[in-house]
Design a binder for this molecule. Structure first.
Ligand code: AMP
Length: 606
């Protein structure tokens, strides 16, 4: 298909998108638009952000609006405030030649009253986060009874953020006759289940293969010792002077730490994580979008709402626990037809994870060597020379000074002058990388890669000069701020790290709890949390359930954390092999393994 006319879109829509620079439909648009315009059939679309899916569902939705009816006819549910705002903005620009169409975004973290008065004016299409949308429905401020199209956008993200019940409640109030569209970047089992529940014989369309990473993204990895991870990150940034990328970390703690270090080391970086206020988040995102920041260090959850098309790199400071998260991360580059690089910094124990990511993404990863100091200096030098060559001279501004400058430098030859100008900037790199070690040499006898914790911010003390600590002492010191908790659900009940975090957020209503290592076993799981929140968490989980299983949560035996870096170790195999009445039985067996301290605590509780 060569153009939008062939898709039977209205001329006012075509003229609006032509002004936006859309020349021909993207693959997902080619597939989805005809189905939506020509049938009432439900649809499941497998597409990542960046493939043009907003226009794929948005253009037909706009075309189908009947402006003579002052009712909400289209509802789009999306996981984050930023995505809602972005989708609403996109829809407004697609419909700018039809002034009668009104699109409203509703999301949490901001005054509900303003949104209520917007809705009162009448809104044909509402784009909302599930929580705020449900709130407005319950207050009778949003009427979904006349909806003819519902879109569940980024459905996998909505589920992993714990919005399943809100979605159930919202969809309950919509007409049975509506057309339901579900878009997801990945297709976990839960999405297949939800599509069966909410949809009627949906047509499945995909702009690629299931769970496959974007085509035009190159996947590379560097292998270093865990303690050299940060140094490797800096070298990667230095060898790519024009880098514009997101560095993904696992925890807020690590995110803050890495961003702080980068800022201290003179990089144009900042952090994006859940501890920031909405205003701070907005400010960081605006700076990043406008390229005033080159590097954004972010957690997966915080980066969800960030929609940037031209990232050069996605950097996995460590590999995520879930392969699907890797697909989401890497899909943030190589968008809108551009190419991109997704790179991962690994230590040797993470290599097995790499194989499983390769399997699920269908892409092989290329190993690259961490650049040497010499290579970086050369790259920076040529980049500097490039900048000198291309800089624009503002003749009128420089004119008053230039004569005096000529006189001052008169005694230098051309060659000396060039060397001096270049050295002003270049000396910084030369001195930093003088005698820099080769990070690709891995001392396999020195096992500093156990677990992921030493890669987090808690390593700072090591950097400050206490690197000689033995492994055991380091782990104990690190553990001091964290409590390890047991919970009686695991992968067999579809718990994954994202849904566990969603559960903690939902139950505690606290978004600032530091979460450490998460271990999902078959029938139960362990996770570390900031000690200060231990009681809050234990209390908030009372009388709650997950996928209809009543939850039991308690402090895990500290002794058993010794083997946590290696889930295949004997202890874990034993605990994970508990069978029988699934969760509760598993929990009882686990309790028997606990030491006296654990028992005392439970007795005290009684
Ligand atoms: P989305 O996947 O909806 O977030 O879209 C990603 C980017 O691609 C956005 O900046 C869109 O404006 C742009 N886009 C969507 N469709 C097209 C198209 N047919 N041609 C060019 N750009 C497009």
């Amino acid at each position: 298909m060569n153009n939008f006319e062939e898709l039977n879109l209205n001329p006012d829509i075509i003229s609006a998108i032509t002004e936006l620079g859309f020349v021909k439909p993207t693959p997902i648009q080619e597939l989805v638009i005809p189905v939506l315009l020509e049938s009432e059939r439900d649809l499941v679309g497998l597409a990542q952000t960046g493939t043009g899916k907003t226009a794929a569902f948005g253009l037909p939705m706009i075309q189908k609006v009947d402006t003579s009816i002052n009712q909400t006819q289209g509802l789009i549910l999306s996981p984050t405030r930023e995505l809602c705002m972005q989708i609403a903005k996109d829809l407004q620009s697609y419909s700018k030649n039809n002034h009668k169409i009104r699109v409203t975004a509703v999301y949490g973290g901001t005054s509900i009253e303003t949104q209520i008065s917007e809705l009162r004016k009448g809104s044909h299409i509402v784009v909302g986060t599930p929580g705020r949308t449900l709130d407005l429905i319950k207050r009778n401020r949003l009427n979904v009874s006349k909806i003819n199209t519902v879109v569940l956008d980024e459905a996998d993200e909505m589920l992993s953020m714990g919005f399943k019940e809100d979605l159930d409640a919202i969809l309950e109030g919509t007409p049975d006759t509506k057309q339901t569209l579900l878009f997801s970047a990945t297709m976990p089992a839960e999405i297949s289940r939800i599509s069966k529940k909410f949809m009627n014989n949906p047509v499945e369309l995909s702009a690629g293969t299931k769970n496959v990473a974007a085509e035009n993204v190159k996947h590379i990895y560097y292998e270093v010792q865990a303690r050299d991870r940060y140094e490797a990150l800096k070298r990667i940034a230095d060898i790519n002077p024009k880098i514009y990328g997101i560095i993904f970390c696992r925890t807020r703690h690590e995110t803050k730490e890495i961003a702080d270090k980068l800022i201290t080391d003179g990089y144009n970086a900042d952090a994006l994580h859940g501890d920031l206020s909405q205003a701070q988040r907005d400010s960081v995102m605006t700076k990043f979008r406008s390229r005033h920041l080159q590097l954004l260090v972010a957690t997966d959850v915080a980066a969800r709402g960030l929609d940037v098309d031209d990232l050069t790199h996605v950097i996995n400071f460590n590999l995520p626990d879930e392969n699907e998260i890797y697909i989401h991360r890497s899909g943030r580059t190589g968008r809108a037809g551009k190419s991109g690089i997704s790179l991962s910094i690994l230590h040797m124990r993470e290599k097995h994870k790499l194989r499983s990511v390769e399997k699920i993404t269908g892409r092989s990863f290329e190993k690259m060597l961490v650049p040497s100091g010499k290579e970086i200096c050369a790259k920076q030098l040529y980049n500097l020379v490039d900048r000198v060559e291309n800089v624009e001279i503002d003749e009128s501004q420089i004119a008053p000074f230039i004569e005096a400058i000529y006189q001052k430098l008169e005694w230098l030859s051309r060659e000396e002058l060039i060397k001096k100008f270049v050295s002003v900037e270049f000396n910084r790199f030369l001195s930093y990388y003088k005698g820099a070690k080769d990070l690709n040499k891995i001392d396999k006898s020195r096992d500093d890669s156990r677990g992921s914790r030493e890669d987090t911010g808690r390593r700072r003390k090591d950097v400050d000069g206490r690197r000689g600590d033995d492994e055991g002492r380091r782990r104990n010191r690190d553990d001091a701020n964290f409590t390890r908790l047991f919970i009686n659900v695991g992968s067999s009940t579809n718990l994954n790290p994202a849904s566990l975090i969603g559960l903690i957020n939902k139950n505690t209503k606290e978004k600032s709890i530091d979460i450490g290592k998460i271990e999902i076993m078959k029938n139960f799981s362990f996770f570390e949390v900031d000690k200060a929140f231990e009681k809050t968490i234990l209390k908030s989980f009372e009388d709650t359930d997950f996928n209809n299983i009543p939850l039991v949560i308690e402090v895990a035996n500290p002794k058993q954390s010794g083997n946590e870096g290696s889930p295949s170790s004997r202890n874990f195999k034993r605990r994970d092999s508990f069978k029988g009445k699934e969760n509760f039985k598993g929990k009882e067996n686990y309790s028997r393994l606990k030491n006296k301290d654990g028992r005392k605590r439970r007795e005290n509780k009684k």
